[in-house]
Design a protein around this ligand. Structure first.
Ligand code: ZN
Length: 281
């Protein structure tokens, strides 16, 4: 069942990362009736894992994802192993926080490399190395395809189909524990998106939202508030829910020149208001 009550909304804490820490953000979300969040690891580390987990538990918060694991490619075997070790720590942190999934931003090209196929192979190897530990820990892994403009530096998995190909290759029997995060900002343009969402089905573990501004002035830090751009967020939500994912929509906005400069209570209130206006199926 869909709802426009605040419990259908999650705030990815990157949205207010410039203004407040995790504990302050939790208070501001609760003040708006929002009971789901998605923190980043650096935000958790800043207040301490135990204290973050306590605030989440005591307030009965849903954690729609921990951001983030991934970043697997590296120029040397030692670098790739260090990435795997870091992902194993991220899995433990996600378990401690009771997160629904660990989001994987898989990484781009190693420094100096022009071998994107090689980078993609390193990503597959990296996920393979952490899949069983994640399953044992009961922590689903959500591969997040990123818009192709990030292929070099952040993620060489760039479409939902490509992410699903990885899922099928590494988890062919659908044993579980491996899926995708569908972020409107990264996938809205894809002509194969509708079919890919149907293909994804129960592999959808998270749904991130924001808007694509025209013009976009910064490739990383100029994401828009829902309703300020060109993404049909209500239509995307319908497709995501038809595919089977009915969890909260998670607002994730990086906005160095606009939303990060505003009072955080105003930002969160605006997220709720815009989500009610622009994101209902
Ligand atoms: Zn995202």
């Amino acid at each position: 069942m869909t709802t426009s009550q605040p419990d259908g909304l999650s705030i990815n804490l990157a949205t207010v990362r410039a203004q407040c820490d995790l504990l302050q953000a939790v208070e501001l979300c609760l003040a708006q009736g929002i009971t789901a969040i998605a923190p980043w690891r650096d935000q958790v580390a800043k207040v301490g894992l135990a204290q973050a987990a306590r605030a989440i538990r005591e307030n009965g918060l849903q954690v729609t994802g921990l951001c983030r694991g991934g970043m697997f490619p590296a120029a040397t075997p030692a670098g790739r192993q260090a990435a795997i070790d870091d992902n194993l720590r991220a899995i433990e942190e996600a378990v401690t926080l009771g997160a629904d999934c660990l989001v994987l931003v898989v990484g781009g090209l190693p420094e100096g490399s022009k071998d994107i196929a090689g980078a993609r192979a390193m990503v597959a190897d990296g996920i393979m190395a952490i899949l069983e530990p994640a399953r044992s820990a009961g922590m689903p892994l959500a591969i997040e395809p990123l818009h192709p403009m990030y292929a070099a530096e952040r993620a060489c998995v760039n479409t939902l189909d490509q992410a699903l190909d990885l899922c099928d290759a590494l988890d062919p029997s659908r044993e579980g524990g491996l899926g995708v995060a569908v972020d409107a900002y990264h996938v809205w343009w894809d002509p194969h998106l509708e079919a890919a969402l149907r293909r994804a089905g129960e592999r959808i573990l998270a749904h991130h939202i924001c808007d694509w501004l025209v013009p976009t002035r910064d490739l990383l830090l100029d994401r828009g508030m829902m309703g300020d751009g060109v993404i049909d967020l209500a239509g995307l939500r319908r497709s995501v829910e038809a595919a089977g994912f009915k969890g909260p929509q998670e607002v994730e906005i990086f906005s160095s020149e606009n939303w990060w400069k505003r009072p955080p209570d105003e930002v969160i209130a605006t997220c709720l208001e815009r989500w009610r206006c622009h994101c209902q199926p």
